[in-house]
Design a protein around this ligand. Structure first.
Ligand SMILES: *Cc1c(COP(=O)(O)O)cnc(C)c1O
Length: 374
């Protein structure tokens, strides 16, 4: 009576895990609203007023399906990046596009390489499509480019996934180092370069776009610097052949109309982007002073968050827990040795002041108790 077809072997074999506990779940658990939401690297600096206006207007057209080609947005992106529209696909965020890349390139049992403790959505997709993951440890909180390249070659990996600037560390490699990695890549391996934070990075980090290199795929998003995380929109830059392959299998109506016009309008407001980037820079500086004052160091960041190194994973855990008890949401990496760090999104100056107050109070009040090892 209650029978159903069996789940696929692949699904049966997957563990019931979730990479992230979302802030809503945390609020339901505590029964209180969060005071500070600084755990998901969402922008505290809002969205472009152009985007707000365009998205409000688009509400009136929601009876119509969105443009499955994202034509206008792709046309604008092509002109900004000096590539053709055939080098671009728009998806509902990088998370969606990572899935598309993995599905296109990884067959059952094939290998993908990533850093141990790197952005976990990639891992979820590789597992979900039956691939095999191999991890390379970070080297002094930087992605170990040489280690990643060598491991990918040794294991005949199909995809080497690299986040630059990195999450969760915030550290970044120069485009010259990336170029060396690309040159050493075997012909059977793809570099999947996740550039979610590229807008915050110094120019020497930005690898020139070469749409004719079939072994590099770049992923960009409107979620971070443009502040459109809840709209779900991002894009991939790749060779025409690869984009054509994506076209065969992607979810053609997966990107909504509001996100499309919001993203396009944002691109017409570079001033707003500059404002956000410089506000974030100021915020990184403030957090650095705060961390130093408390005797912690901070990893160099080219992103809209900082990782504070507390020197000990127990201490980091206790701090994240203590902050959550005070309704402050931050995250920490779970993989050692990154788990000595806590990761805090750059808030507005008001949010930063509130954070500093609570952080200081927590560290003082718990000294000699939970933090006796400080
Ligand atoms: C935030 C983040 C993403 C998510 O991007 P979406 O476009 O919102 O899916 C992807 N990769 C990294 C490294 C991130 O930090």
């Amino acid at each position: 009576m209650n029978n159903r077809p069996p789940f696929t072997h692949l699904v049966q074999a997957l563990p019931q895990t979730m990479s992230f506990i979302d802030p809503g779940t945390l609020e339901r658990h505590s029964g209180r609203a969060l005071k500070l939401r600084l755990g998901a690297n969402e922008s505290s600096f809002g969205i472009s007023p152009y985007a707000r206006e365009a998205m409000r207007e688009a509400v009136e057209c929601l009876t119509l399906y969105a443009d499955p080609q994202s034509y206008d947005l792709r046309a604008k992106l092509a002109s900004i990046h000096g590539i053709t529209m055939k080098n671009l696909v728009v998806g509902s965020g990088i998370d969606d596009l990572i899935g598309l890349v993995v599905r296109t390139f990884i067959q059952r049992g094939e290998v993908a390489v990533t850093s141990f403790g790197a952005y976990p959505t990639f891992n979820d997709h590789v597992m979900g499509y039956g691939g095999q993951l191999h991890f390379v440890p970070y080297k002094d909180y930087y992605n170990d480019l040489q280690g990643l390249g060598e491991t990918a070659a040794r294991l005949k990996a199909r995809i080497l996934y690299l986040v630059n600037p990195d999450n969760p560390t915030g550290t970044n490699h120069t485009s010259a180092s990336l170029q060396m990695l690309i040159e050493q890549l075997s012909p059977e391996c793809l570099l999947l370069l996740d550039e979610a934070y590229i807008d915050f990075a110094p120019t020497e980090t930005v690898l020139p776009i070469d749409p004719n290199n079939p072994r590099v795929i770049r992923l960009r998003t409107f979620s971070k610097a443009y502040g459109l995380a809840g709209a779900r929109i991002g894009y991939a830059i790749a060779s025409q052949e690869t984009i054509a392959a994506f076209e065969k299998i992607r979810l053609h109506f997966g990107v909504n109309r509001i996100a499309q016009v919001g993203a396009l309008a944002s691109l017409h407001d570079p001033e707003f982007l500059c404002h956000t980037i410089s506000a974030v820079e100021q915020g990184r500086h403030d957090y650095e002073i705060l961390a130093r004052e408390q005797g912690f160091s901070i990893l160099p960041s080219a992103t809209n968050f900082v990782a504070i190194n507390t020197g000990c994973s127990k201490r980091a855990k206790a701090i994240v827990k203590g902050l959550l008890e005070r309704d402050v949401f931050v995250r920490m990496p779970s993989a050692p040795p990154l788990d000595q760090c806590i990761r805090i999104t750059i808030g507005t100056s008001q949010e930063r002041n509130t954070f500093a107050e609570i952080f200081r109070e927590l560290l003082v009040s718990d000294k000699g108790v939970n933090f006796s090892f400080i």
